[in-house]
Every structure is written in C-alpha cells, then in structure tokens.
Design a protein around this ligand. Structure first.
Ligand code: MN
Length: 254
C-alpha cells in the first residue's frame, strides 16, 4: 500500500512526523509532500498565479512552496509514478471541528486526495494552547494505525473523506471512539484584534475567542469535549439536499 502524507502546518511540523509514524505502521511505501511554511487557515486554496517550487528534502520527502492542495496535486501528478492508495493529512496542531473545517488546510489536503480519487483521511490533535503545553501527538500515534485500518476496511463511497480528531489526553486516557456529525458552534468565535506599529499605524490580527457553549449531541465538538476520538465522514457534495424541493417550488415561476 502506497501512502502520501501531507499537512498544513508545514514540512517542519512535529505533527507531520507523527503522521509519518502512523503511515509507517501501515506500510513501508510512505511518501511525504508538505508545504514549506505553515499554511494553517489556507483552506482548499490552489496556487494558480505563482509558480510552484519543489524541494527534495530527503528520500521520499518533498517540500512545496504552496498550499496543502498544491502538495497533494504535486504528489499525485508530478512526484509519484503510480498514485497512492491513501492520503493522510495532518496531524494538525489543534483540532478541526465544526466550522473549523471550512478554514482547515488539513481537511483540504484530504479533500484534494478525495477529488483525485484516493481514499483520504484528515488527522488533528486537540491541545490547549492557553496552557502552553504541546499537542500530545503520541496519543494520535497510539490509536491512529488501528483507526486507519478500520476505515480502509470499509466500502466507503468515492466522494467521502474522513475527519479524525484526537482529544487532548494521554494514549491511555482516551474514553473511546465516537462516530460523529460535523457540529456547529453557537456563536462566531473569530475576532479582530487591533494593534499599533511603531509609527502609530494600526494593524490587525484575526483571533479566536473561547467562550463556553453547549455542543449538540453526537457532534465532533461533544466527542472531543468528552474525551473521545471523533471520527466524522464528510462528503465533497455541499448541496443542501433537504432544501432542493423548497427552492424548486420557490423559483418555479422563473
Ligand atoms: Mn494547521
């Protein structure tokens, strides 16, 4: 089995090394293609107005001066002679839950793999950066290979990718595994922080505000809150199917 590993935190991220460890527990044909720099928040962006630089870092390890999406495309269309059987994206430094998915470069790496016809899984390791502690990637590494094997044993539709989040806990402290839905935070968490440079001109940082809220039952948010590994099947089709009939009726006169 050939595995392509990518991420959005960049080629130097310890989370990438951890995911490579998971991949190597499953196969000895593991390739890493990751962004040169941190692309967190890059979502599913594609570099079309600039050339892509490709740097061979080591045997089977490449850095691309681009986004996770660029990396997957370079991996499949340029670097590998035969396509991988699996794309793994992560392990992200921090969870990707609920609305995070629309910003996540980690999830986008798995989306791109899915679009290109390869089974793809996104991995994220929750951690509490307010505490100043590092993500406990060893928890993902301990549970990752078993989870990936089980997902690969399923007959999943071609347009489905899998989003795995691991709670901030030690390997032996995991409550279990829950299959979840993508949750929704009950408030927008993003804020803008205005600061001033040495000449008094304003500049801005987009930041996250963390307020307590009640996640919906069965969601990725609730699973991580309760100490479970969250596994969410996602699909590329963004159509709001339950609205189709209403919309046809509403626009029927056009
Ligand atoms: Mn990231």
């Amino acid at each position: 089995m050939r595995i392509l590993v990518t991420n959005d935190d960049g080629i130097h991220s310890p989370g990438l090394w951890a995911l490579e460890e998971i991949a190597k527990a499953l196969s000895d044909d593991v390739w890493v293609v990751a962004p040169e720099t941190d692309q967190s928040g890059a979502s599913h962006s594609l570099t079309v107005n600039d050339p892509l630089r490709l740097r061979r870092v080591a045997e089977r390890h490449y850095a691309v001066r681009g986004t996770p999406t660029d990396c997957v495309i370079m991996g499949l269309r340029q670097i590998l002679d035969t396509p991988p059987d699996l794309v793994l994206s992560g392990i992200n430094r921090g969870h990707n839950l609920a609305d995070d998915l629309t910003y996540s470069g980690t999830v986008a790496g798995a989306m791109e793999g899915t679009i290109l016809g390869v089974r793809s899984i996104a991995f994220s390791q929750s951690y509490n950066h307010a505490k100043g502690t590092e993500p406990r990637y060893e928890t993902s590494v301990a549970h990752g290979p078993g989870l990936v094997r089980k997902v690969l044993g399923m007959d999943l539709p071609a347009d489905v990718l899998v989003n795995i989040n691991v709670p901030d806990a030690g390997p032996d402290e995991i409550a279990g595994v829950q299959v979840t839905t993508q949750g929704r935070r009950d408030q927008a968490m993003l804020s803008v922080d205005e600061r001033h440079d040495g000449r008094g001109n304003p500049y801005y940082w987009i930041g996250f505000q963390r307020r307590p809220f009640q996640p919906g039952d069965g969601t990725d948010l609730a699973a991580i809150r309760d100490g479970f590994i969250s596994v969410t099947p996602l699909r590329l089709d963004l159509t709001a199917h339950r609205v189709l009939d209403d919309m046809k009726r509403a626009l029927g006169g056009l």
